[in-house]
Design a protein around this ligand. Sequence first.
Ligand SMILES: Cc1ncc(C[n+]2csc(CCOP(=O)(O)OP(=O)(O)O)c2C)c(N)n1
Ligand SMILES: [Mg+2]
Length: 560
Amino acid sequence: MAGSSPATDFAVALLAALVRAGVRDVVLSPGSRSQAIALAAAEFEDAGVIRLHVRIDERVAGFLALGIAVETDTPVLVVTTSGTAVANLHPAALEAHHSGVPLILLTADRPPELRGIGSNQTTQQPGIFGFATGWIRDVEAPSETGFDPDYPDELAREAYSAAAGHSSTRGPVQLNLAFREPLSGPIGALPPLRGSSEPAKSVVEAQYRNPHEVTAPLIASSHTIVIAGHGAGELAEQTARALGAPLLAEVSSGAHFGPNLVVAYRELLNDDHFGGRVERVIVFGHPTLSREIPALVQRSGIETIVVRGSSPIDYNPGHAAAQIVDSVEVTGDPDGDRAWLGSWVHTSRHLLEVRPEQLSHEQSVPAMALSQMQVFRESVTRRMLVEAVWRVTWPHDRLILGASRLIREADAVVPGKRISVHANRGLSGIDGTISTGIGIALASQADDAGAIGVTRVLLGDLAAFHDVGALLFGSGESRPLIQVIVANDGGGTIFDGLEVAASARPEAFDRVMLTPQSVDLKALATAYGWDYLLVSNRGELDESLSATAGPTLIEVPLPR
Ligand SMILES: Cc1ncc(C[n+]2csc(CCOP(=O)(O)OP(=O)(O)O)c2C)c(N)n1
Ligand SMILES: [Mg+2]
């Protein structure tokens, strides 16, 4: 190879090996120690073999990579320099660990002789993410003596397979790479990147077989319900239909659709005639949005079967699950007890139509009595906001819901629809929401991704202010079709619903929990080169959601 720096020779070979293993997207933040990898990545981007995304803030880079990995279902490479840069990946690494999202965290480091002696920007990087990274390697600095030509491929395949969960659970892995000076040199011709027209991914996946899978036989019978939490996916919906069972699918479960869906599940679970008669519960994914579901699982006399998902921790509130299995196989007649399913589905629909506290002004008087102008000028409510966003979202679009009130509101009211909805429910952080959304937007709108839709991120004001850095698109970076819709209600109003809101001194509560901020969102959007729209009524809401320009920040003021 023509490079005169061992660092660059190895970096080029490793990156090529990672591409052969299946990596397509690389997210990197600038730095000196990582320059060999970064400069190699720039060449690979030029050659059209990777999609490169550059972000100066590693916390943003981490969540951006998480969004891309969620959308592409493929390990994404994240590259950082040494020191605090590495630690900034930790929030995304934790979320990725808990929700089983594959990331390869390539952290550049100093060689061993420069560690532990007070060198600048040097800390203990290998294993810094603790349990969040199931696989870590501390790779020796490349030297003049060269490297075994098979080594980069071995390393890349191991990292890729571990991230993709081929032999354990999916999630982040850490590839800590030491580099000695000279930290980079000239880059010659790129090595072969793809053996054939087949994507290299298949090489690694073909080796994987899990011999220990447990499948539970399920006989369709009455008094069963299917629950779909975060990450459940379409399998939950199919299983509910095969069983003829009501489907209680959270809004971001990937299963919030189909004829068996029960949207008003909280009310029904609290009702003796419905929740009180449940005997068997099948759980897919990780339910996080209600108290009723963990309470049901722990009730005596309930048989709960948990179907393992991509999360490393099995859902098992109160350790009450009777069985934890890898898959289920349904037998029996799903039409055996149509009355059970029918009663759940119809009562849920009825409840949604009449739910009194949700009645808007429009619904409380005959619709015809309102002039079009009055409808247009109606002030926006949370329900109206989530319903409007839901209505405009179609299968080629993407929807990301921030942690807090809006996802719960959506979960409680939006009808079934087979659309792509994501929320960071691994740890339900309010951090990284916009970054994750931009990652999903970029990946879903890439040239080879098919139909181009709009990505919408719906989140609260505090979650938005937390991730302001995500708004920064460097020059040369793709600007996707994305709307960031900020429900600005003056702080973390989810806390108003907790007991502490009544027990604490009001001023203290506001000071340390509600934490209202005053930020000029228009000026902020303008400063970062985003379009800005202020929505003050129903008409403006509908208009703004159907405007599909480049990155747009939509501010929706809401009452506390
Ligand atoms: C990183 C992180 N920090 C803190 C929290 C705790 N938390 C949960 S919701 C919330 C307030 C969110 O406020 P906002 O985004 O405005 O949504 P709202 O409650 O007003 O709907 C906070 C601070 C968290 N989940 N994640
Ligand atoms: Mg708020």
